[in-house]
Design a protein around this ligand. Structure first.
Ligand code: AMP
Ligand code: MG
Length: 388
């Protein structure tokens, strides 16, 4: 059986074809740049005031006020020694300005200006180019656009950006026992919840699941469902039916659809019967149906591929080490991803580690990775994958 590292390497090493598109500022959040963004001018592009106050020429405590510049004024005022101009935040600095004094530290009386203290040269002036120089690389290709990134790109005057397209994702859940929430639940049935959790997990990381289907444990139906989904999906995620039970038809249905297995089964808990396959440029994950297994596998395995297919510099969940807040003995023989909560710089492994148990995952915010049969002593640093 594959180790976790081997399985992740197979995903990471997939050759993928990326395509690009031009998106508006309004619609580029979470997309990754397909080219560097270069500043086409100095930022700021002109010396301007960091304060509401007075632009001063020379170092003194008394000045003669000769005019005013507001933000957006185009004309260039020129000061002589001993002169001051009323100025506002963001306004263009008059020629020969030594410093700007904030208005709280100045008193004007008619045309006379009196300061509490002498200004320091350059004080409260935002210098042309102090943030960025013309021609400078602001963001490199692969940068994933954040709200601040959108602000930066807009401040450079760009209303559009070239980004990598994100993959089209489809989802198929399988199982005779599954009932859609909101409907009566016959004996022996459970509510189908994985599709909701997985669609939401996609959305949480900026991906959209375009289509989801629920299919019975029927070989032909699953085979047809996979065939149809593969017509549009670039990433097909299945949940359930990938284990070794008599009604687990997914693997064979994938094979008969020409999907080539890249790996099947990983030595881990939860999520041992994880399957990853590929057909041309299309990728397929079949996740075990247990709710915690399917989500855990999504975070650890599917997310890295989604990032890769969207040209992102990110390779998966953020990883940190935190000291564990209590002793913990890992009873599993397999390396484990344990539902945990990071709080106040420490991590607690939660109760309810069963593969079918999702409440602990919902109350937590991390997966702690522990090798099989290893224990962690209170205060020991453990590897944490943060879930948002
Ligand atoms: P399977 O992987 O199909 O053998 O399913 C493993 C367990 O997960 C079974 O107890 C199923 O009832 C449960 N399960 C499978 N699919 C879902 C789903 N979509 N939502 C909730 N539970 C599921
Ligand atoms: Mg099943």
């Amino acid at each position: 059986m594959l180790t976790i590292e081997e399985a992740l390497k197979i995903i990471k090493d997939q050759q993928v074809t990326l395509t690009t598109e031009n998106r508006s500022l309004r619609e580029c959040l979470g997309f990754s740049l397909s080219e560097d963004i270069i500043s086409s001018f100095d930022m700021p592009s002109f010396d301007n005031s960091a304060m509401d106050g007075y632009a001063l020429c020379g170092i003194s405590k008394e000045y003669q006020i000769i005019g005013e510049v507001a933000a957006g004024d185009e004309r260039q005022l020129t000061l002589k020694e001993g002169e001051a101009a009323r100025i506002f935040t963001g306004a263009k600095i008059p020629e020969n300005t030594t410093a700007v004094m904030m208005q709280e530290k100045a008193r004007a009386s008619g045309k006379k200006l009196f300061l509490e203290q002498e200004p320091k040269k350059g004080q409260s002036i935002r210098q042309k180019g102090e943030e960025l120089k013309k021609g400078q690389v602001v963001f490199e290709k692969g940068y994933t656009i954040t709200p601040a990134g959108i602000g930066m790109i807009g401040s450079l005057g760009n209303d559009k950006v070239e980004v990598f397209k994100k993959p089209v994702i489809n989802l198929i859940t399988t199982g005779n026992e599954l009932v859609k929430p909101g409907n009566p639940r016959p004996e022996g049935h459970i509510y189908e919840s994985n599709s909701y959790a997985l669609v939401a997990a996609c959305e949480n990381y900026g991906f959209i699941c375009e289509d989801k289907k629920q299919i019975e444990d029927d070989f032909e139906a699953i085979k047809t469902g996979i065939k149809n989904s593969l017509e549009t999906a670039e990433v097909l995620v299945l949940s359930g039916g990938i284990s070794v039970g008599d009604y687990d038809f997914v693997k064979q249905a994938l094979e008969e659809n020409g999907v080539e297995e890249q790996f099947y089964k990983v030595f881990q808990k939860p999520g041992k019967p994880l399957y990853f396959g590929r057909k041309g440029d299309k990728f397929v994950f079949a996740l075990p149906g247990n709710p915690a297994s399917s989500l855990s596998c999504f975070y650890i395995y599917v997310l890295p591929l989604l990032y890769k297919l969207s040209g992102s510099e990110k390779s998966g969940l953020a990883q940190y080490t935190f000291p564990i807040s209590h002793n913990y003995e890992n009873k599993s023989d397999r390396p484990s991803f344990l539902k945990a909560k990071v709080n106040n710089g420490k991590v607690e492994i939660l109760d309810g580690q069963g593969s079918s148990m999702i409440q602990s995952m919902a109350l937590g915010n991390a997966l702690v990775f522990l090798d099989g049969e290893s224990s962690a002593k209170k205060g020991e640093l453990v590897q944490c994958f943060l879930i948002s």
